[in-house]
Design a binder for this molecule. Structure first.
Ligand SMILES: C[S@@+](CC[C@H](N)C(=O)[O-])C[C@H]1O[C@@H](n2cnc3c(N)ncnc32)[C@H](O)[C@@H]1O
Length: 452
């Protein structure tokens, strides 16, 4: 809702477990009054921030702009209150709209009925005031209205994103069980990695982690591949402002590589198509390679991976896969931090290494865990000794922690920092290609009469 100097309230939705990362992203963009909730972050800011949040936030699913808050215990009250909104500020008569509702309340049984009553309120508002009304369109409407009810607290919002922001627009191929792009970005950001070393995913599937990693390392906004954001059809849309934001140059050099491999040639083919479509192939090395044959890791490096969880693999094979992962980590990935998302405790047990962090995370509907293993440099006995010393110093362990503990073990972690400058020619060629390529949006506003 509007406050002063065109500052208004906004709500960014996210996945469970990524709220604090999203809050940090929003603060970095200049958001004020930032508060985290369950799968959401509320904040205030102006139109510029609204556009930036859509374009830049890697861990946001959508950005809502609340336009009315009220209390209601029944759909009739929702209808009455919704009719009090000045809808012509948001929906032009010749535009289409759709309503989406999320209800967490015992007073309301049917979210569809609430959406239906809100649609009636908007239609009746226009019909009574103007003698005609905008049309409802379920797919690809001009304006998305969102109704949220928690107990008897109702909020009507306009959705500035439209299609969920995890749909970045770079994916042309997918393999089985690809990670949600927002989850992949959140997992990488949780590690603290921002491009200071090589990034390795030896079970890369369609390449989601590799692409999100390259975008993070290069500081490329994840939204630049999108065809559109819903706010571009808003009545108050400021094309010049968005054009300026869209064409801001914030990219930074990335002097390492994202290294992806997978046992499946089909997966590597899909990953290559996606990475090429994102214009990032220069930053990624890909190969077909079973992890059991992984004998050399680039250094310095970090590994983030999403092995199979077991839906399409027998439990015996799954146990074998995870003990092989643990064995490769010990022998090949010394000096690495290895982050693994998985679903079953039995899988983690087979890795047979002690994690330094355990984070609960939802992958779709699966309650997963995201664990970090710090693979010590030096002999295995030093590793055991260090763990032993750590145990003695720290008898009680909190089972789950989201913050990054400053443990003695970290002394053994890989030294990632390096201040190499990129090859300027390579970087320039990337930039040129970026300007040429359709998926990259820098071209998007080059010709105002022929947008996109
Ligand atoms: C859950 S999928 C990864 C999905 C990926 N994160 C994405 O977003 O597309 C797991 C991947 O592990 C690969 N895989 C299974 N066993 C492997 C092995 N022994 N070595 C290497 N890759 C393996 C599968 O081929 C599959 O692509």
């Amino acid at each position: 809702m509007q406050t002063q100097d065109n500052v208004f309230e906004m709500v960014a939705k996210t996945l469970y477990g990524l709220e604090d990362i999203l809050a940090d992203e929003l603060i970095a963009l200049g958001a004020n009054d930032v508060q985290t909730g369950r799968r959401m972050v509320s904040f205030t800011g102006n139109k510029e921030l609204l556009y930036k949040a859509n374009l830049y936030c890697r861990t946001a699913l959508r950005i809502l702009k609340p336009i009315s808050h009220f209390k209601a215990r029944d759909a009739e009250t929702v209808y009455r209150k919704a009719k009090e909104v000045s809808w012509e500020d948001y929906i032009a008569l010749d535009k289409t709209f759709a309503i989406d509702s999320v209800i967490h309340s015992d007073d309301f049984n049917h979210s569809k009925f609430v959406a239906y009553k809100t649609k009636d309120a908007i239609a009746d508002y226009f019909a009574e005031k103007y003698g005609k009304r905008p049309s409802v369109r379920i797919s690809n409407p001009d304006i998305y209205i969102h109704v949220h009810i928690s107990h008897n607290d109702c909020t009507l919002s306009v959705d500035s994103s439209g299609e969920s922001l995890h749909k970045r627009g770079y994916r042309v191929e997918q393999t089985e069980a690809p990670l949600n792009e927002v989850l992949a970005a959140g997992m990488i950001m949780r590690t603290g990695w921002r491009g200071e070393s090589h990034f390795v995913d030896p079970m890369c599937g369609s390449g989601t982690l590799l692409i999100e990693a390259a975008l993070i390392a290069l500081n490329i906004p994840p939204g630049i591949y999108r065809k559109e954001f819903a706010f571009e059809k808003w009545i108050d849309y400021d094309h010049d402002l968005f054009e300026r934001i869209f064409n801001e140059e914030n990219e930074r050099p990335f002097t390492f590589k994202c290294c992806g491999s997978d046992i499946s040639p089909i997966a590597i083919e899909a990953a290559e198509k996606n990475i090429r479509n994102a214009g990032l192939i220069k930053y990624v090395d890909l190969k077909v390679l079973p992890f059991q044959q992984y004998n050399e890791a680039p250094r310095p490096g970090i590994m983030v991976t999403n092995p199979p969880y077991g839906e399409r693999i027998s439990s015996r094979d799954l146990a074998g896969l995870y003990s092989m992962i643990g064995e490769r980590m010990k022998h090949v990935l010394t000096g690495y931090k290895v982050w693994i998302i998985s679903y079953k405790e039995e899988c983690f047990e087979k890795i047979a290494l002690r994690p330094s962090e355990k984070i609960k995370i939802l992958n779709g509907s699966l309650e997963c865990e995201y664990r970090c293993y710090e693979m010590f440099e030096g002999a295995n006995k030093d590793y055991k000794k260090a763990l032993h010393a750590e145990d003695a110093a720290q008898p009680e362990r909190r089972p789950f922690r989201k913050d990054k503990p400053d443990r003695p073990a970290r002394r053994f972690a890989a030294a990632h920092a390096r201040d190499d400058r990129p090859d300027e020619a390579d970087y320039a060629s990337f930039r040129e290609r970026k300007q040429d390529k359709k998926p990259f949006g820098k071209k998007r506003f080059d010709n105002k009469n022929n947008k996109r």
